[in-house]
Design a protein around this ligand. Structure first.
Ligand code: ADP
Length: 438
C-alpha cells in the first residue's frame, strides 16, 4: 500500500513537473490529472478482471496481477479455497449421514410442518409403497391411507407406535409395520417405520400355541372331572367302577403323552445343536423302535382277524453322529404313526439305506389311508391333524411330525413326506454324510 501510494505520488510529481516545464501551471494540472485518470482506469480494468474471475468461480485460475491487486487476489483465493474445503467436508458429512440412514433396516421419513415428505430412505419407500424421489414434497397422508395412521398423525402428541399393514401386503403374504412419529426442529416430524411381520407372526403363533395346548389339556381334563363326579355321586357296581377308572386312566395317559411331547419340543428349541462326536448305532436304535412298534400294533389290533405286517431293516455297524434320544423320538414318531394310521392287515416297511453320496436315509412306507395333497405342506405344524378324532382315538398328540422335523433340522438333515389319498404314505428322514459313520 505504501509503495503504491509512493508510486502514485512520484508519478504525479514527475507528470506535474513535466507539464509545468512544458506549459506552466496549466501543464502542471494536466500532468497530475492524466496520472490520476490513468491510475483510475487501470484500477477499473483490474477490478473488472477480478469481478469476472469471481463471477466465473474459477478459483484455481486467478488473473495475473501484481501489487495490491495481486495481494488481494491471493487472499481471496486462500479464503475461497478454505471455504470450498469446508463445504466439501460438510457435503461429505451429510452424504455419510444420509448413507448411514439409507443403510438403516428401519424406514426414516422427514416431514415438513405441513406433513409433506422432505426426504425418505429406501426402506421407508419400500415399507410405505412410495418412490423416494418422485414422491418428495407429497403429503404423507396421500400416500399412506391407512385410517389408523391418519388418526395417529392427526393427534398432537404421538404416543407409542401404531401397527399398520405394509404396502406390499397381500392375502397370502401379510406385512405388518410399526410406525412411530417424533417431533423435532420447528414443527417438523420424523416418521420411523419398522417391519414387525416376524414379531407379529411369532406372537400369533405363540397365542395359537397356548390356545391349542389349553384346548388339548382341557378336553381330557373335562372328561376326567366328569368321571370323577360320576364316581362320587352315583352308586356304581364294581364293573362300572372298573370301566370308568379305565377310561380315566386313558385320559390321564393322553395328558401325560401331550406333556411329554411338549417337553421334548421345548428341549429341542432350548438346547444347543447336537455334537458330531456321539455315535448312535442304527441296529440298537432300530431294535428298540421295532419292539415298541410291534407292541403298539398288537395293542391296537387285538381283536382284528388279520394283524399288521411289520418289516424292519437296518444295516449292521452303521452309526449316526447325534443325540440318541432325539433320533429315537424322530424315528419312533414316524413308525408309530404308520402303525396307528394303517388298518389291520396293512403292511409297514421301515428301512435304512445308505445313499450313493454316503448320506443315510430312513424310510417308513405304509399301506394306510394316505393323505390328500393339500394337507402335506402343513403336516409338520404343531397340532395340525388331517382328522382330529382319528388322531386322538389312536393316542396322537398332533406334535409327532413337528418333533421329527425339528430333530432333522438340528442334525442338518431333512424330513420328506410323500403320500396319496387311498394309497398309503412314505415318510423319509435323510441325514447328511457328515453325520454317518459306515
Ligand atoms: P398325530 O399325533 O396326530 O399323529 P403327527 O404330527 O404325528 O400328529 O401327525 C400329524 C398328522 O399327519 C396326523 O394327525 C395324521 O392326520 C397325519 N399322518 C401322520 N402320519 C400318517 C400316516 N402314516 N398315514 C396317514 N396320516 C398320517
Amino acid at each position: 500500500m505504501f509503495s503504491r501510494t509512493l508510486g502514485l505520488v512520484f508519478g504525479m510529481a514527475v507528470a506535474s513537473a513535466t507539464g509545468f516545464w512544458l506549459d506552466g501551471p496549466q501543464g502542471l494540472l494536466a500532468g497530475a490529472l492524466i496520472v490520476c485518470v490513468y491510475t483510475l482506469l487501470k484500477d477499473l480494468w483490474k477490478g473488472q478482471k477480478l469481478a469476472n474471475w469471481l463471477r466465473h468461480n474459477n478459483v484455481q485460475e486467478p488473473p495475473e496481477m501484481g501489487g495490491i491487486w495481486g495481494d488481494l487476489i491471493d487472499r481471496m483465493k486462500r479464503i475461497l479455497n478454505e471455504q470450498r474445503k469446508q463445504t466439501k467436508l460438510e457435503q461429505q458429512r451429510l452424504q455419510d449421514f444420509l448413507l448411514a440412514i439409507q443403510a438403516s433396516p428401519n424406514g426414516v421419513v422427514l416431514l415438513d410442518p405441513e406433513g409433506r415428505i422432505e426426504w425418505c430412505n429406501q426402506t421407508a419407500a419400500l415399507h410405505l409403497g412410495m418412490d423416494a424421489k418422485r414422491d418428495l414434497m407429497q403429503h404423507v397422508v396421500h400416500l399412506v391411507r391407512d385410517p389408523v395412521f391418519k388418526k395417529y398423525l392427526s393427534t398432537d402428541v404421538h404416543e407409542g407406535e401404531v401397527i399398520i399393514d405394509g404396502r406390499n401386503a397381500s392375502l397370502q403374504h401379510t406385512v405388518k409395520l410399526s410406525v412411530q412419529l417424533h417431533n423435532y426442529g420447528e414443527n417438523r416430524q420424523l416418521l420411523l417405520t419398522r417391519d414387525v411381520t416376524a414379531v407379529a407372526h411369532a406372537d400369533a403363533m405363540r397365542r395359537d400355541f397356548v390356545a391349542n395346548v389349553s384346548h388339548e389339556i382341557r378336553t381330557p381334563l373335562t372328561v376326567m372331572s366328569g368321571f370323577i363326579e360320576t364316581l362320587q355321586n352315583l352308586p356304581l357296581n364294581e364293573q362300572e367302577r372298573e370301566q370308568y377308572l379305565g377310561l380315566m386312566s386313558t385320559q390321564a395317559l393322553r395328558m401325560q403323552e401331550l406333556v411329554n411331547d411338549l417337553l421334548i419340543l421345548s428341549q429341542l428349541e432350548g438346547s444347543s445343536l447336537p455334537s458330531s462326536s456321539d455315535p448312535v448305532l442304527l441296529s440298537n436304535l432300530m431294535g428298540a423302535i421295532e419292539s415298541e412298534a410291534r407292541g403298539l400294533s398288537a395293542s391296537q389290533h387285538v381283536s382284528a382277524d388279520e394283524p399288521q405286517v411289520l418289516h424292519f431293516e437296518a444295516p449292521e455297524g452303521v452309526q449316526i453322529l447325534g443325540v440318541a434320544k432325539e433320533l429315537h423320538s424322530a424315528v419312533s414318531n414316524l413308525v408309530n404313526n404308520a402303525v396307528r394310521y394303517t388298518p389291520a392287515g396293512g403292511l409297514i416297511t421301515a428301512l435304512w439305506t445308505v445313499l450313493p453320496d454316503q448320506r443315510i436315509q430312513f424310510s417308513v412306507v405304509d399301506t394306510g389311508p394316505g393323505i390328500a395333497s393339500e394337507h402335506l405342506p402343513r403336516l409338520t405344524e404343531r397340532f395340525y391333524r388331517v382328522d382330529r378324532s382319528r388322531s386322538r382315538e389312536s393316542g396322537g398328540t398332533g406334535l409327532g411330525l413337528s418333533i421329527a422335523k425339528h430333530v432333522m433340522q438340528r442334525h442338518g438333515g431333512e424330513l420328506k413326506i410323500e403320500s396319496e389319498l387311498g394309497k398309503g404314505s412314505r415318510f423319509v428322514l435323510v441325514f447328511p454324510a457328515s453325520r454317518v459313520v459306515l
